[in-house]
Design a protein around this ligand. Structure first.
Ligand code: ZN
Length: 244
């Protein structure tokens, strides 16, 4: 199975459409979305509809949980909270029901999918450092060969040994059976690694081969929609150009 895996679209339709076209060209067998389809951006309904239509599996992100009334987000900073309030007020009934129905984790054999750390799925803990990845050592036995996560908006891979964790720094690699892997797939709609291109990934379960990929999209179009919607903070548009 050749999976196309993506996360953190954050209502950025221009980026999502570009990534879906890239997956088409890459001839993947099935798509998996790791959550946070809503929040920050200008087109939450359109993005939910496209993900619903195209992804075989979708896991719940913290922004999805917030909008669907499944999580307290009163402690989020003002602009992020206001975007979530706005999205929950404009999402269609069907899209809200879909967000309410999403699971915290999906599995296909040895390939697992979730939004944040798999240690405690409902806590949405970040994993983007070796120290954070090491918190997975105690659950080594129940990790799949590869666990794909989102949440940090960073592209990071960690090989989890029974006693030690190593960061894998290449953009493409093959998994080794003596390790378990945590792979953070980056963000479609709001990259934060100073590379403004949309991030997407491919994993071939037969060969155990993984690829990080990036694709340019029309950032200006996405940003202008945010700037022209006065209910959204301009900062959510401005940061797209820098990829932060
Ligand atoms: Zn996110």
């Amino acid at each position: 199975m050749r999976y196309g895996i993506f996360s953190d679209t954050h209502a950025n339709l221009d980026a999502l459409e570009t990534v879906l076209r890239a997956f088409d060209r890459e001839r993947v067998d099935a798509l998996v979305c790791l959550g946070d389809t809503v929040g920050y951006g200008a087109q939450p309904n359109e993005c939910c509809e496209l993900v619903r239509k195209n992804a075989r599996h979708t896991t719940l992100g913290n922004h999805d949980a917030a909008v669907a009334g499944r999580m307290d987000y009163s402690y989020y900073y003002d602009a992020a909270r206001e975007a979530l309030d706005l999205h929950s007020s404009i999402l269609s009934e069907d899209n809200l029901e879909w967000l309410k129905s999403l699971t915290y984790q999906e599995k296909d054999g040895e390939t697992h999918f979730c939004h944040g750390s798999p240690v405690d799925l409902e806590e949405f803990e970040y994993i983007f450092s070796v120290e954070q990845a090491a918190t997975c050592i105690p659950i080594w036995e129940r990790l799949g060969q590869a666990t794909f996560i989102g949440h940090s908006h960073l592209c990071k891979s960690f090989a989890i040994g029974r006693e030690r964790v190593y960061e894998v720094v290449t953009k493409e690699f093959e998994v080794h059976p003596e390790f378990r892997y945590i792979i953070s797939v980056g963000s479609v709609g709001q990259p934060r690694d100073h590379d403004p291109r949309a991030s997407y990934t491919i994993y071939d379960t037969d060969r155990g081969h993984f690829w990080f990929k990036r694709v340019e999209y029309n950032i200006n179009a996405a940003a202008q929609k945010i700037f022209s919607d006065h209910r959204l903070s301009d900062s959510f548009g401005a940061r797209l150009f820098a990829g932060v």
